[in-house]
Design a protein around this ligand. Structure first.
Ligand code: HEC
Length: 156
């Protein structure tokens, strides 16, 4: 005789497989240009050495690792061309709006803070290059956002 729990296991499994299939299908519909870009991003490492980062940023890294590898490899954001606060704000929000992403506003803020901090340290050359191309007022606003996080990485 089947217990009620074992009766539901196959249903739960098919629901999971279906969900995984839907998520994969979402990524498969990418236009060729986007596909080429994300393939390029995913070629790099899938983790970051955060051993020298401050404790709150290390904690945020764990949120990033948990939330941002659900639909694609973590190497996609890690090796992306995005580095400025406005870029991270835009892409974190874009990912939060994807069906099934399950990222709360609080988690989104932590991931944003992590990505801005990490870019300022690990992608410093890219950040400087991007800042140099901005109009003075936009540059000042971006620099202020970076400075705030570097000065107080634990601030919400
Ligand atoms: C629900 C599925 C899902 C989750 C969760 C998710 N992504 Fe994505 N991500 C996608 C899809 C689909 C794409 C394909 C391009 C697009 O739609 O922007 C993508 C693309 C990307 C890109 C490349 C965008 C481009 O066009 O160059 C980056 C960077 C990225 N994701 C970062 C993240 C980060 C950071 C997180 C965690 C906050 C995250 N993703 C979580 C589905 C997801």
């Amino acid at each position: 005789m089947h217990s009620p729990i074992t009766k539901y296991v196959p249903w739960a499994l098919s629901a999971l497989l279906l969900a995984a299939g839907v998520l994969r299908a979402d990524d498969k519909k990418l236009d060729p240009e986007t596909q080429a870009r994300v393939d390029r991003f995913e070629k790099g490492p899938a983790s970051i050495d955060v051993s020298a980062y401050p404790a709150p940023i290390k904690a945020n890294y764990e949120v990033f690792r948990e939330k941002c590898a659900l639909c694609h490899k973590l190497s996609r954001p890690i090796n992306s061309d995005y580095a400025l606060p406005d870029e991270w704000s835009r892409y974190v929000k874009r990912m939060m709006f994807k069906p099934g992403s399950n990222i709360s506003t609080g988690a989104g803020k932590k991931i944003y803070t992590f990505l801005v901090y990490d870019s300022a340290v690990r992608k410093k050359a890219m950040v400087d290059e991007k800042l140099a191309k901005l109009a003075a007022d936009v540059r000042a606003a971006e620099e202020a956002k970076i400075k705030e996080i570097l000065a107080d990485p634990g601030k919400k």
